[in-house]
Design a protein around this ligand. Sequence first.
Ligand code: IVH
Length: 747
Amino acid sequence: MSQTIGNLSPETAKARFLELQAQLDAADLAYHQNDAPILSDADYDALRREFETLQDAFPDLAALSNRSTTVGAPVSSGFEKVQHAVRMLSLGNAFEDGDVADFAKSIRKYLGLTGDVPLRFTAEPKIDGLSLSLRYENGQLMQAATRGDGSVGENVTANARTIADIPQVIENAAEVLEVRGEVYMSHEDFSALNARQTAAGDKSFANPRNAAAGSLRQLDATITKSRPLRFFAYAWGELSEPLAQTQFEAIQRFSDFGFQTNPLTRLCSSVDALIAHYKDIEAQRATLGYDIDGVVYKVDDLSLQERLGFRATTPRWAIAHKFPAELAWTRLEAIDIQVGRTGALSPVARLAPVTVGGVVVSNATLHNEDYIAGFDSKGQVIREGKDIRVGDWVQIYRAGDVIPKVADVDLSKRPDDAQAYEFPMVCPECQSPATREEGDSIRRCSGGMICPAQAVEKIKHFVSRAAFDIEGLGAKQVEQFHADGWIKEPSDIFDLKENFGSGLQQLKNKEGWGDKSADNLFEAIEEKRLIPLRRFIFSLGIRHAGEVAARDLALHYGSWDALTAALDLTRPAALAHRAGDEAVEVERHAASTEGRRAKITDTRNAAVTACAVPADAATAWSDLIDADGIGPVLGLSLSDSLSIAEERAAIDRLVGKLTIENAEQAETADSPVAGKTVVFTGTLEKMTRAEAKARAETLGAKVAGSVSKKTDILIAGPGAGSKAKKAADLGIQTMDEDSWLALIGQA
Ligand code: IVH
């Protein structure tokens, strides 16, 4: 390439340089701010390399460049990080009226409220901007932080101070008051800003949300000041004293403090009332003057909100009812297959670019081969059975910020020569056979770490935010290091400095790197040699071991050694379990309905017995799959991953370079039940079983379903039977619900 570039005339080089710069800017914007990449990583890298080679060949062009020299660095890297005192969470979604009814029903069920007990909600527009947390101490605005990953955000205090809707001082405020809400831009201000940008030869923004985000996250606050940002307050973080007793009153207090609150906030006493208000807001959507993408419903009574608490990343007491997705028709130009971390072959639709909801879309997910053929994962017909072919006109939709999907196919426009799509039976990356397991709609490459695509995806996952989170080592850098053979597996990351810190091949001499950025990377890597167990487990990218499961495993086993020892011990029982599953599958195909259940149980038992599992393996297996949040699917997946010799050797190499911190419940260490295993039995009178379990877990206890030697406390309500007897036989501490609530300080 460089030879061809060297032959270009300066004019042609300049034209190409500006063209590439514009393409890269658009791709960065789409990637970092819309979460909707318009280029594949490979295409992006090819453009970037060409751009840099051009710049090297024609040094004068550097003066025309508006691009930062740190390759692929997140737009936001210049901000100081801020740990949120209370996490900033997202909301679960409802798309249909039925989802709203389910939401209300599940709340009643969780709280044990019958249909005749009133339950009130607030309903307010979901503003399409970006959330911001404002910390006031004794009424003075001290800090403003973006949401970031929910736990750690960016310090944008200087910028937030330039927003007129945000008071600098509030009267009669408590010692600590964190007000949260949405920064957004009105339609009118957005159009005027884009007109100014274009007139000045600067880039324009794709939509008001991008404009708001781009304006707030300016390193120079005077730029933010020149941008017309607004703010609606709707939630809060840390408080030194309670704000109110209801959501509605809390919003009223924000208004009294001088914040803007949304005038369409209503109190509703039934699901029907919520839906009526949703329809009302939807009807006004086009004339509100700012973007909204749904309606948020929140339980009004704050004491109920507190009882309901949170799931991993969303509150149980609120939900976002989204507006229907926007739709657009375009042509399907090609179907590409991407190979993921677990070997899944994912078909991706390459589309003629089309604007859907203000964002240019050129890729959409096609899920799997059944989906392309016109069936969902349960084998039910979708799109009236229409298959999807290259050359088809397809209807695309985006629901919220999710990856675009294909809603429909226009058969009347299908080209005569369009062929039914043939899904590959071998991995396109490593040519290993691609197979499907019984009951799994996904075809997977069987190549494991020998498949370059799986290897690179595993490493990307390894460095991702919830895993090792190594600053300066993102997806793009991983791809480059992998392509160069510098990082073939996660453990190589920890040898990077030794191998490439000095000598002939040095990181600092590599394209896009210098002395400082190389040193920063080595330092960031060193910092992560000490890693908490749950992050380590998650980082391995084992199928079904997501963040929550990794945390459960860490809490259950406490240390990496204990986890691997237990898994090694369980192997014969895991294999027997699989033999049972397989026998059941065979039986299901063959069995008549009569006596099927009994027959299936027999078949499973016979297959499991035939495997002659040692008693200690069987005990370790039950302990694994009965543990909270674990179960046989994850159990088998873990067992498989740790038994594949090459994978285990790669994990052991990695472990040898790290110090894995044992799991302890830092936030709950002072709770009297942290680390204890408790069992609930009989009728609970103060709360439902689900709530009791969630509360115990919040305090760091493990909740088990059955009494064993490991049980520390049995909480027995009226009607307790065999579990109470077993606990008594084993000498386990037993208490009633009131004593339990007194113990955990919630009486
Ligand atoms: S309440 C614990 N209310 O939506 C949940 N969020 O999808 C606190 N948002 O990150 C959020 N309007 O940025 C809430 N009226 C509203 C909202 C709203 C917009 C955003 C917010 C949040 C996201 C969740």
